[in-house]
Structures are given as structure tokens and as C-alpha cells.
Write a protein that binds this ligand. Structure first.
Ligand SMILES: Nc1nc2c(c(=O)[nH]1)N[C@H]1C(S)=C(S)[C@@H](COP(=O)(O)OP(=O)(O)OC[C@H]3O[C@@H](n4cnc5c(=O)[nH]c(N)nc54)[C@H](O)[C@@H]3O)O[C@H]1N2
Ligand SMILES: Nc1nc2c(c(=O)[nH]1)N[C@H]1C(S)=C(S)[C@@H](COP(=O)(O)OP(=O)(O)OC[C@H]3O[C@@H](n4cnc5c(=O)[nH]c(N)nc54)[C@H](O)[C@@H]3O)O[C@H]1N2
Ligand SMILES: [Mo]
Length: 754
């Protein structure tokens, strides 16, 4: 880059280290967690304790003394605040007034304590009894066409809750079960499934002890799955080489000091994580991977012995089309689309050829693009060339987001009926499940906007804020006949309401869940397909909270006709009975579920692709010839830029803990736009200047976000970045991955207006 690095803010200390200890301390001080919160943290991710509600990274069999990271601690402390958002709070503030508060301020009001109903006459939430809420919601659902309702889930709810929720939706009469995965790794569920027959990654934790190369694409470990830094650090220290493709130089992938290692903390010696860090252009991964595959194929032609021919012949198909496409694509095109130099791509490809066991890791940088599925298919292509799937120490490893988002899909939360054993459900519960395909997130959001969706039930999350295109979707919410929000803390989705809105507060995972047969445990599936039991032991934030399973069952009972096979009260009295149902529905994955749920390190649900059994349409893993070199819909126009949306180190999705994006060296208000010094010069912008971003898609909708302060930052040419969810109004709902309908949150063309 030809600009002065000193102009750009930077953070020179490694990820982890003292900074992360201070990060925890600051939230501790600010949020005043309740007594014994430290005791609760000590139990986090340990057998017999609760599983962290932050990311989905796996929980090892031999946990550290504190098996949590800065952000896991923040997530737990955020739940354990002493602040309470009570009926008195709602009596004092109208919903219109609350709309003036920021996302951060809304959640800072504290834990929701009481079930509430929205009263349009006074524009206030008013307290109600649980029975009244269930009866009111049940009556409203009975009055609606099931197909006009959506049951959304954010990826935190347990396997038990998720199973009951999906069952309820189908008994009621629809498959409209989008979850946060539809905004996230749905590109994996669909795209990876297409090419290797597995909707989830093939790696397990021990693979990281054996690999000798890791390719990292579009995943920000330091912020979003910090516990993963430990196995990465161990891998580097035993000689594994890590190569990263990311437009942003993310600190955690550059170096890491283990906050739990006294040696690294006192001596200040950090481990360098990435050997090479290539700042690919947004959406440039297809081209970059094409360059690498091209080099591997050329090397095979030159000196042979490079490809794993036996593997390719026995296990794959469509190789010739793919190879022809690689040969036919010129380096000019590859360099232009990736923004990377031929020599650099050849270097990485040489390292790949020299490595015996390679793992490919990816996150939202691949999935949230119009051609995200093709980026994933290209990564698979590269791995298949040398048999790097289905062998110890190799594989593809999408890093999942929410702590149980992968598991929810496993137990039936899906709008795609073909992924669910409907016949089994019909047999177990004596009903005819709906067979039509339900709505994805994008379709649900459009339905809210155009009025075809009449009822919305949200099991956690902040849907209205997490989706794109707010100017198009926001007005729809107040027109719904029914809006049910099951939540722990107040957020914007609870305020965009009209008649028929309910706000139902629930327990968090670290809290004790007492039911008829005693204290209950729940389970979740991590990113590496291991299932863990979780037990909360803290006193609930309020005596008026119910557990998520109890709320789902309460609504279901009030909605559905009686059926002797639906034993809601028994199930809620003993979640072990729900796990029995899960086992009967999915006998292969959940064998002896109740006996195995506390296996240290979790129990593995298995993965056919890992065994080189390819559950694709041909029974083989597919090579794919890409039909584009960029994952973007199109390159930005002459005076436009590609906008990336980022998470800071001080947020969990729409939950904003604070204002320090420590690992990027940024602090202060989140209303900023990062622009490279070179692009600042081109656009005539000065540091600190306020600008408006305008979406450069001409479809009749005006999308703009103003009041953003320009901050110089090291980014590729014509790439700018800003925080999610603040800039979500800029993203068109019609831009999504073409296979999975995951919104293209990472590649919006925008213009900058001073
Ligand atoms: N602390 C914390 N932890 C979290 C979350 C959180 O908000 N906060 N969210 C959770 C959830 S739900 C999820 S899904 C995960 C998200 O975790 P990630 O998958 O890491 O998602 P993002 O933070 O959106 O950023 C992905 C990375 O992709 C890069 N990138 C953007 N565009 C491209 C591209 O075109 N190509 C490449 N190669 N890279 C690109 C960005 O610079 C960024 O470093 O984290 C989970 N964990
Ligand atoms: N521009 C842009 N937009 C994005 C993304 C992006 O990278 N860029 N990422 C997308 C991704 S990957 C995702 S996953 C979505 C996230 O979308 P969501 O999952 O819908 O949103 P969250 O912000 O995780 O939801 C936070 C709320 O969940 C509630 N909550 C927290 N814990 C619990 C609990 O235990 N139970 C219940 N019932 N409620 C709870 C609280 O009320 C809190 O306010 O956003 C997507 N949107
Ligand atoms: Mo996510």
C-alpha cells in the first residue's frame, strides 16, 4: 500500500494479553454484576456448569481453569447485571420515548422481569399474568392463517427448546422457521451440502493437533471466537503454517498472547499467528482461490505427483470442467478481482503443495456475499485437489456464530421440510405435518414489509435490527396482528410494535431452571458438532421469569387442539423426556442422549463427509467450475465503494456492550466509516469529516445513513467499512447469496457524500 501507515489507527499489542483482561474488568466495573458473578464465570464451559452464550466454538474435554475469553465473560456478565427493566420502567417511558435510546442504552436498562403486553392507547407496555399472555397469544394465533405467521429463532435457544418450538410450528401448520442461521451460515448449510454432502464442517478439535497448514478466509477469530486462538497458537508453536485472506488486518490473526499463560503475560512474548496476511478485496476470494488452484494444476503438469489422483478418481466428480475453467482464467482477471498479486497467490499455493494436512476455515467474509456459495465451493476445490477432506488433520471448518445455531438446524428448526424427518414426526405425534417450503429470513422480512406476514413470534434475537433494509421493513412491524418477543433484555425489535405485541422475559443459561422434577439441564451443539449439557445454578433475575421451553409449551398449549400425544406438562416437568423425543426422532445422531450429554468435551454427532461418504446427488464430492471471479453482484461503479459491515470487539451482534474496538485500535462512537488514506485522497475526504453513505443500487428505494465520521484505516482499494447494525439500512434486501438467500451484508456498493 502506498500510503503512510502512521495515518491509520492501529493497535500494536497482541490479541488476548492484558488488553483482554482489562476488557473484562471494564464491563465488570460498568455493569456492576450481581454478587458471586465470578463464581458463575468459573463454571462456564465446564462439565456440570453452564455453556457460554457467546460464540459456538467447541468446549474442550480438559478445560482451562477459566475456560472463557474476554467476550464470553462479557456475555455472561451482561446477563448477570443488577439492573432491572421492570413494569415501573415501562410505566415511566412510552415506547415512542424508548425509540430515542440507542441499542446500548436499551439493553443497559437491564434484565426484563415481567411479562408485558403493549397497550396502544397509552403507547406503553403494561404488565400481565403469564396465563393472560398465553391465552391472548393462543387466541390470536388461532385466528390467523398459520401460513401467514413466522416463528423466528435466534441461535441461542437450547436443543430442547428448539425441538419443541419446531414441533409446535408444524403442529400449528407451517414451516416458516427461519433462524439467525439464515443471515449467517445458511450459505454453508446449502452450499457446502451441495458439494460435499455435509451442511456443517468436517473438522473436530484434534484435527488442529495434526494439520500442518491452515487457510483462514473471512473469519475474525480474535473478536468472534477467541477461545479458538488457543488451539491456533498451539498449532503455530508446533510448526503449522497459517495463511489468511481478509480485507481487514485483524489483530487476532496476526498475533496472540494467552491471557491464561503467566509466561506470555509477564514476558510479553506473543505468538505470531499468520505467516502471510493477504488483504483480498471484498468478494475476491473466488479469484484468489482460482489463482491458487491454477498454480497447483500447473505444478501437476510440470512435475507431477502434486494432486491426490487416487482420491480424485475414487471420491470426486466434475474435475475436468473445473480444471478447464482454472486453466482458461487468466492472471489479469484473477489479480483484478482479488486485488492480490500473482506471486503472492503462487507462494500460498506452493505452501499448500508442501503441506500434507490442510484445514480451510471460513466465516461471514465468505458466506455473506451474492456468490458466497461459489467462494465456499472454491475453497472445497482447493482442498479436494490434495485429498484434504476426510483425513485426520484435514477438512473444512466453517466457524459458526451463536452458541447453538448449528444445533437448532439439527433438531428441526428449518424452513426446508426436506431437511426434517417429517414422517417420523407424523408417526410420533399423530398429525400430518405441512410439506411446503417455509420462509427464509429474507422472505419473512419482505412479508413483514408488504403485509403478507400477519403474525411474528421471536424466540430471542433482534430480528428487526439484524435484517437489512430498515427503511423498507421498519414500517411493516406496527401493522402486524401479533408480535411475540421472548427475550432477556430490551431491544429495538420490541419497540417497533403495534396492537397485539407481547414481551415475554425468560431465564438465561447460567440461571437455575427449576421444574416439577427439580433442576433442569439443557443441551447445545458447538461448531465442531459436539453436543454438551449445560446447567444453570444462579438465582433467576426475577421470580416472574419462565424458562424458554416453558414459554414455548405455554403458547403451544393455548394454541393447539388437545392431543393425548402432546404431553407439554410432562415435557416441561422433565426436559429429559424432550431429549428422549429428540433421540427417537434422530436415533443416529442422538443415541443414548440422556446418558451421554455430560461427556467431557461433548459427544460427537458424527459427519459422513469426514468418513468420505458423500451424501450428494451423485454420491461423490463435486469439483465446481465457478461462473464468476467475484462474489459481489458487481464491482462498484466509478465513484462508488464496496461497503463491508463489521462487528467490533465490544458487541455481540446487535448487543453493544461498549465502545472500544480494542483489537482494531478504535474507541468511541460507533457512527464511523473506515476509509483508506488512498481512497480518502481520491474522494477528497478529511479525517474526522462527517459524511453520508448512500446505497448505489437503483431500484427505487432511497437508502442512506448520515452522520458518519471518516476514520483513516488500512483497507484495500475501493473498500470501506462500518459497523453492523448501524449501517444495515444501506443493504438492499434483494441482495443475497443466490443459493441460500443469506443477505449479502459484506458487499454493498455505496457512494460517499460529504
Ligand atoms: N464477540 C462476538 N462474538 C461473536 C459475535 C459478535 O458479534 N461478537 N457474533 C457471533 C455470530 S452470530 C457470528 S455469525 C460470528 C461471526 O464471526 P465472523 O465470521 O468472524 O464474522 P464477521 O465479524 O462479520 O467478520 C468476518 C471477517 O470477514 C472479513 N471479510 C469481509 N468481507 C470479506 C471478503 O469478501 N473476503 C474475506 N476473505 N474476508 C472478508 C472481515 O474483515 C472480518 O474480519 O461470530 C459470533 N461470535
Ligand atoms: N450488516 C450486518 N448485519 C448482520 C450481520 C452482519 O455481519 N452484518 N450478521 C448477521 C448474523 S451472522 C446474525 S446471527 C444476525 C443476528 O441476529 P439475532 O440473533 O436476531 O440478534 P442478536 O443481536 O444476537 O439478538 C440479541 C437479543 O437477543 C435477546 N437474547 C439474548 N439472550 C437471550 C436468551 O438466552 N434467550 C432469549 N429468548 N433471548 C435472548 C436479547 O433480548 C438481545 O437483545 O444478524 C445478522 N445481521
Ligand atoms: Mo451469526
Amino acid at each position: 500500500m502506498d500510503y503512510d501507515e502512521d495515518d491509520t489507527p492501529h493497535y500494536d499489542a497482541p490479541a488476548g494479553g492484558w488488553g483482554s483482561v482489562k476488557g473484562i474488568a471494564s464491563i465488570w466495573g460498568e455493569d456492576d454484576p450481581s454478587p458471586a458473578a465470578l463464581e458463575t464465570l468459573r463454571r462456564q464451559n465446564k462439565p456440570g456448569g453452564h455453556m457460554c452464550t457467546s460464540c459456538a466454538w467447541t468446549k474442550p474435554a480438559k478445560p482451562h481453569v477459566f475456560e472463557f475469553c474476554e467476550n464470553g465473560a462479557k456475555a455472561t456478565l451482561w446477563d448477570l447485571t443488577q439492573a432491572r427493566c421492570t413494569p415501573e420502567f415501562f410505566a415511566e417511558h412510552s415506547v415512542t420515548d424508548l425509540m430515542k435510546l440507542s441499542d446500548h442504552q436499551l439493553e443497559r436498562a437491564g434484565r426484563l422481569t415481567h411479562p408485558m403486553r403493549y397497550d396502544a392507547a397509552t403507547d406503553r407496555y403494561v404488565p400481565c399474568a403469564w396465563d393472560e399472555a398465553f391465552a391472548g397469544i393462543g387466541a390470536a394465533l388461532r385466528g390467523l392463517d398459520p401460513k401467514s405467521t413466522v416463528f423466528y429463532t435466534s441461535g441461542r435457544a437450547s436443543l430442547e427448546t428448539s425441538y419443541l418450538y419446531a414441533l409446535f410450528a408444524r403442529l400449528y401448520g407451517h414451516n416458516n422457521l427461519p433462524d439467525s442461521s439464515n443471515m449467517c451460515h445458511e450459505t454453508t448449510s446449502v452450499g457446502l451440502k451441495d458439494v460435499i454432502g455435509s451442511p456443517v464442517g468436517t473438522c473436530i478439535l484434534s484435527d488442529f493437533d495434526h494439520c500442518d497448514m491452515i487457510l483462514f478466509l473471512g473469519q475474525n477469530t480474535g473478536t468472534n471466537s477467541p477461545r479458538f486462538l488457543h488451539p491456533l497458537q498451539d498449532a503455530v508453536e508446533r510448526g503449522c503454517r497459517i495463511f489468511t485472506l481478509n480485507p481487514v488486518r485483524e489483530r487476532g490473526l496476526i498475533e496472540f498472547a494467552d491471557p491464561q499463560s503467566p509466561w506470555q503475560m509477564t514476558v510479553g512474548k506473543a505468538t505470531q499467528i499468520s505467516e502471510r496476511y493477504l488483504q483480498v478485496r471484498p468478494g475476491g476470494d473466488i479469484a484468489a482461490l482460482t489463482g491458487m488452484c491454477k498454480h497447483v494444476l500447473e505444478a501437476e503438469q510440470l512435475y507431477g505427483g502434486v494432486l491426490d489422483r487416487a482420491f480424485i478418481d475414487e471420491h470426486t466428480d466434475r474435475f475436468d470442467d473445473f480444471a478447464a475453467k482454472m486453466h482458461a482464467t487468466g492472471w489479469d482477471e484473477i489479480e483484478a478481482a482479488s486485488g492480490l498479486r500473482q506471486d503472492d497467490l503462487r507462494d500460498v499455493a506452493e505452501a499448500y503443495i508442501g503441506a500434507k494436512k490442510v484445514i480451510g476455515i471460513y466465516g461471514m467474509g465468505l458466506t455473506q456475499h451474492v456468490h458466497g456459495s461459489q467462494s465456499i465451493a472454491m475453497l472445497v476445490n482447493l482442498l479436494l485437489l490434495r485429498g484434504n477432506i476426510g483425513r485426520e488433520g484435514t477438512g473444512i471448518s466453517p466457524v459458526r456464530g451463536h452458541s447453538n445455531v448449528q444445533g437448532q438446524r439439527t433438531v428441526g428448526i428449518s424452513e426446508k421440510p426436506k431437511l426434517v424427518p417429517l414422517d417420523k414426526l407424523a408417526e410420533l405425534f399423530g398429525f400430518e405435518p405441512p410439506r411446503d417450503t417455509g420462509m427464509t429470513t429474507v422472505e419473512a422480512a419482505k412479508g413483514v414489509a408488504d403485509g403478507t406476514v400477519k403474525g411474528f413470534v421471536s424466540l430471542g434475537g433482534n430480528f428487526a435490527r439484524a435484517i437489512p433494509d430498515h427503511s423498507r421493513t421498519d414500517p411493516g412491524w406496527s401493522r402486524l396482528d401479533l408480535n411475540v418477543q421472548i427475550a432477556t433484555k430490551l431491544n429495538r425489535s420490541h419497540l417497533l410494535v403495534g396492537d397485539g405485541a407481547w414481551l415475554l422475559p425468560c431465564l438465561v443459561r447460567s440461571e437455575e431452571d427449576m421444574q416439577a422434577t427439580g433442576r433442569q439441564a439443557v443441551t447445545m451443539e458447538d461448531s465442531l458438532s459436539h453436543i454438551h449439557g449445560s446447567v444453570g445454578k444462579r438465582e433467576p433475575a426475577s421470580p416472574d421469569l419462565l424458562s424458554e421451553p416453558a414459554i414455548v409449551a405455554g403458547i403451544a398449549k393455548a394454541t393447539l387442539d388437545p392431543n393425548p400425544k402432546l404431553k407439554w406438562d410432562d415435557w416441561i416437568g422433565d426436559y429429559g423426556l424432550v431429549r428422549d423425543l429428540i433421540e427417537r426422532t434422530y436415533p443416529d445422531k442422538f443415541r443414548e442422549f440422556n446418558n451421554r450429554m455430560f461427556t467431557p468435551g461433548g459427544f460427537y454427532k458424527g459427519n459422513a463427509a469426514r468418513e468420505r461418504k458423500w451424501q450428494t446427488d451423485t454420491g461423490r464430492a463435486h469439483f465446481t467450475a465457478p461462473d464468476t471471479m467475484t462474489a459481489l453482484e458487481s464491482e462498484p461503479g466509478a465513484d462508488a465503494y464496496t461497503l463491508l459491515t463489521l462487528r467490533s470487539n465490544d458487541q455481540f451482534n446487535t448487543t453493544v456492550y461498549g465502545f472500544s474496538d480494542r483489537l482494531r485500535g478504535l474507541k468511541g462512537p460507533r457512527e464511523i466509516v473506515l476509509v483508506s488514506p488512498r481512497d480518502m485522497k481520491r474522494a477528497g475526504l478529511a479525517e474526522g469529516q462527517k459524511v453520508t453513505l448512500i446505497c448505489d443500487v437503483d431500484d427505487g428505494t432511497d437508502r442512506r445513513v448520515g452522520g458518519l465520521t471518516v476514520v483513516p484505516y488500512d483497507l484495500p482499494n475501493r473498500c470501506i467499512a462500518a459497523y453492523y447494525p448501524e449501517v444495515n439500512p444501506l443493504i438492499p434486501l434483494d441482495r443475497y447469496d443466490l443459493k441460500s438467500k443469506t443477505p449479502a451484508y459484506k458487499g454493498t456498493p455505496v457512494r460517499i457524500e460529504p
